[in-house]
Design a protein around this ligand. Structure first.
Ligand SMILES: [Cu+2]
Length: 115
């Protein structure tokens, strides 16, 4: 099992068309996955998903209990309160630059993966 950091945020789609978030990149991490948390028959699992629907005029709230980003293999030492640049890539080719805050609380997070 590989340990990762979790990033939560809210993404809004104010445009007229539905979009899919297909990729998340950051210069700070070697690999970022889009995860979905599910509780199946009492077992809490997280699995990597290829994309997430972001419907027109709606907001997607990323949280540890739903969709979230999992950040693996930091390229540098991370400091509490530091902002990590993230690039969100959408199905229509749109790339949105955003930032996520580093939290020490999230650094020791363990969970199981199912692929
Ligand atoms: Cu996860």
């Amino acid at each position: 099992m590989e340990q990762g950091r979790m990033a939560s945020m809210e993404i809004k789609n104010l445009g007229p068309e539905d979009l899919f978030l297909t990729e998340v990149r950051s210069s700070y991490f070697q690999r970022i996955e889009i995860h979905k948390f599910e509780s199946i028959n009492g077992f809490d699992t997280m699995s990597a998903v290829g994309q997430v629907l972001l419907a027109s005029h709606s907001a997607l709230v990323l949280s540890p209990a739903g969709y979230h980003f999992m950040l693996y293999r930091p390229r540098q030492r991370l400091v509490e309160g530091e902002e990590i640049p993230l690039v969100l890539v959408f199905s229509n080719g749109l790339e949105v630059r955003t930032k996520a805050m580093v939290s020490v609380k999230g650094s020791g997070h363990h969970h199981s993966h199912q692929h």
